[in-house]
Design a protein around this ligand. Structure first.
Ligand code: CMP
Length: 138
């Protein structure tokens, strides 16, 4: 069993897509085991995206992800990481396959509707940044 953190990002929140995105993942058979709405502060954003610290887009990314409240979710399932990444599609919505969440709802490479963990190890780290153990119902 794997777990992935999923974020519904500000561009999707502003368009009322939280339920649709969570629903797509549930509809694909992934088990929702944690869910909350929060407004990320700079400290949490810099921690969550620490791997991108050296990138030119880092400051914009932190400003963007902290611009509105977001929805954070944890999904569990066999091969959950790969399955969720497939359902979401490529980071850049213009390169995402038809029928994926980012193709359908993403606007551009930054405003790409969702975030998901890229490995089981990072999933554990990312989930711990957002959820206490007793907030998960796996
Ligand atoms: P995410 O899956 O949340 O992981 C890192 C985020 O950085 C990514 O989605 C995009 O929102 C953003 N990102 C990645 N590459 C670029 C880029 N070239 N320019 C701007 N933002 C980017």
């Amino acid at each position: 069993m794997e777990r992935s953190l999923v974020l519904v990002k500000p561009d999707a929140m502003e368009r009322g897509l939280a339920g649709v995105i969570v629903g797509r993942l549930q509809g694909a058979g992934l088990k929702l085991i944690g869910l909350k709405m929060l407004h990320m502060d700079k400290k949490l954003a810099e921690k969550h995206y620490a791997i991108h610290k050296s990138k030119a887009f880092f400051k914009d990314l932190v400003d963007y992800i902290t611009s509105t409240p977001i929805v954070a979710a944890v999904f569990e399932g066999e091969d959950a990481i790969a399955r969720i990444r497939k359902l979401m599609g490529a980071t850049d919505p213009s390169k995402a396959d038809a029928g994926t969440i980012r193709k359908d709802f993403g606007l551009d490479i930054q405003h790409n509707a969702t975030h998901a963990s890229d490995s089981p190890e990072n999933g554990k780290i990312e989930i711990a940044n957002f959820f206490k153990k007793n907030e998960l119902y796996g």
